[in-house]
Design a protein around this ligand. Structure first.
Ligand code: HEC
Length: 549
């Protein structure tokens, strides 16, 4: 019904088809932000260049408002991503498969982001550094509704994830191919305006009514989750999934009842505890660090000991042998006593087991573009068995076509502040109508991958979704007369002009593009590019809007 708002709907279609023809012609020049470096796999080992001392002038990580850790580096807004003041993140996707293994390779520019959370001894006590937060500004403001107030610094790992839907499976997200990740994003999702700590840790989920065949609690999406700190140093990624969930009925009073879950088995990282007086449960094992139990906070950017691993991962990954762990009591028995600035990782990497540990990240590289490696080009690779046989994985079957959404977290931001793609189709083998075609290559196993120079690359333009929730997009918020107030004190209404069309099944890309030249999603009705529109609603690199009373 709301489609009637567009008096000249047909005219718009004609106009935009004409425009699409033009933009297709001149679309490629200037979109080359990261293509040039795509073949630079030979730069392996760049990730380990810490210790050059080149970054000595960088500030230690402290809260900097909405600016990431290094204001002098002027990350986003300075074209690091190669596009439009970094509101858009060009993201190149390649895919291949051999007899039994599926391979992804994704490339983009960003900060290095290989550090995560730490435990630091300062002023006579151990404290935590880094961690997830709603937004940095909220933490500075001391807004208790806006997340953890104990965060002392803004360190957070860099990540990229791939959400996969199998439209042919008995259980799947019915319109994922049209709306993608937006189907998982809700008013009560973590760090959205209506979220409070009582809503639990992690709110990503799909409403059962938006699925085919799923009841609350069923797995509906596969999630390939590469983590710059919590998996990559040992050459791994995290294997997770998304549930259909009746969130409000299930949650109500807190706890982690969100729908993003780890697959069965054991993850490739864990957290350690600490006592402010006694210290962390584990320190660096001096046998693996030339005698160090901890690194010093002043050496934050240079130390090679920014991560540590359990014994079962000492030999894993491109940086091995890796720094190991020693229990606090054993360290004390060897004479350890803390000195000001002693710092150890809060997260500990490990081999993992079962379905959760299915994905390797062999061949992943970071190629610095600055001497201090504060930013550069990531080429992230992930490998997994085509069919793991695990019920919490979506098997990639030759001849089938899947729907995928891609995501990146950069700039030490955590939850909502990420880049997302519109959904695309991915075929396993030839399918001329698929956005991305995974290419068949000879061999078997994760070691016999493709020569990436021969695999076509699909450019996606990722954007920040801000506070754009499914309830907003479908008009539910408008019907409930909801409104929010943004950081400038202005009302952010909850009316989405496209809600009627969304409800009747028109894809986001039917009316929106990302850049006007976006080749992936030419609009049939031009309602504007996402990077302009989402920003209007607030919550992108600024305070989270609050619910208007
Ligand atoms: C039928 C076309 C149509 C579809 C389909 C559609 N939209 Fe829109 N959308 C619009 C129009 C029209 C506007 C208003 C644009 C303006 O005000 O300039 C809009 C506005 C927006 C805004 C900005 C809202 C604001 O407060 O200014 C966002 C964000 C948005 N859409 C996201 C989406 C997403 C995500 C999808 C897919 C789930 C989607 N839209 C599907 C037509 C559509």
């Amino acid at each position: 019904m709301k489609l009637l708002r567009y008096g000249s709907w047909l005219g718009a279609i004609v106009l935009t088809i004409a425009l699409a023809g033009c933009s297709g012609d001149d679309g490629s020049p200037g979109r080359d932000g990261i293509d040039g470096t795509a073949g630079t796999d030979g730069a392996d080992g760049a990730d380990g260049t810490d210790g050059t001392g080149a970054s000595a002038s960088r500030d230690l990580p402290t809260l900097q408002g909405h600016i990431p850790m290094f204001p002098e580096d002027n990350f986003h807004g300075n074209g690091v991503t190669g596009m439009d003041d970094d509101r858009v993140l060009p993201y190149d996707v390649q895919a291949a498969f051999n007899n039994d293994t599926f391979f992804w390779r994704v490339s983009y520019r960003g900060n290095e982001g290989k550090r995560h959370e730490y435990i630091r001894y300062t002023n006579g006590a151990w404290q935590r550094e880094g961690g997830d937060r709603r937004d940095a500004q909220a933490t500075l403001d001391g807004d208790v509704q806006q997340g953890d107030q104990t965060i002392n610094s803004t360190i957070y790992e860099q990540r990229t994830t791939i959400m996969v839907n199998d439209p042919n499976a008995a259980t799947n997200v019915t319109e994922f191919g049209k709306f993608g990740c937006f189907l998982t994003c809700h008013n009560y999702s973590r760090h959205m305006p209506e979220w409070t700590a009582a809503n639990g840790h992690d709110g990503k989920y799909v409403i059962p009514g938006d699925t085919t065949g799923a009841a609350s609690g069923d797995i509906v999406l596969d999630l390939w989750h590469w983590r710059g700190a919590r998996s990559n140093p040992i050459g791994r990624a995290d294997d997770q999934n998304i549930l259909a969930l009746d969130f409000i009925a299930n949650d109500g009073n807190g706890g982690d009842t969100g729908g993003r879950k780890g697959d069965s088995g054991t993850s490739v990282f864990t957290s350690q505890g600490f006592d402010p007086v006694a210290g962390p449960d584990f320190l660096l094992n001096p046998d693996t660090t030339s005698g160090k139990f901890a690194f010093t906070w002043d050496n934050f950017w240079e130390t090679p000991f920014y991560y540590m691993v359990r014994d079962d991962a000492l030999q894993s990954g491109p940086l091995s042998p890796n720094p190991g762990t020693i229990a606090l009591a054993d360290a004390v028995a060897l004479g350890y006593a803390p000195t000001e600035g002693d710092t150890v990782p809060r997260r500990i990497l490990r081999g993992g087991a079962g379905s959760r540990a299915d994905i390797t990240a062999t061949g992943t590289t970071f190629t610095p573009l600055t001497p201090d490696s504060s930013y550069g080009v990531w080429n992230v690779q992930m490998q997994r068995a085509m069919d793991t046989g695990n019920p919490d994985d979506i098997a990639m079957v030759p001849g089938q076509t899947y729907e995928a959404g891609f995501e990146v977290h950069l700039w030490e931001y955590t939850t909502r502040d990420h880049y997302v793609s519109f959904p695309v189709t991915v075929s396993v083998g030839p399918n001329a109508s698929a956005d991305i075609q995974a290419v068949s290559v000879a061999g078997a196993g994760p070691q016999q991958g493709p020569n990436w120079d021969e695999i076509p690359m699909t450019r996606l333009d990722l954007f920040q979704p801000g506070i754009t929730t499914w309830e907003f997009l479908t008009g539910e918020n408008e019907n409930l007369n909801k409104a929010y107030t943004n950081a400038q004190g202005q009302l952010v209404g909850q009316a989405h002009s496209g809600s009627g069309a969304v409800n009747s099944g028109t894809a986001c890309s039917g009316c929106h593009n990302v850049l006007t030249s976006d080749p992936v999603a030419p609009p049939i009705f031009d309602a504007g590019p996402m990077e302009d529109l989402t920003e209007r609603r607030g919550g992108i690199w600024e305070d989270t809007p609050v619910v208007t009373p």
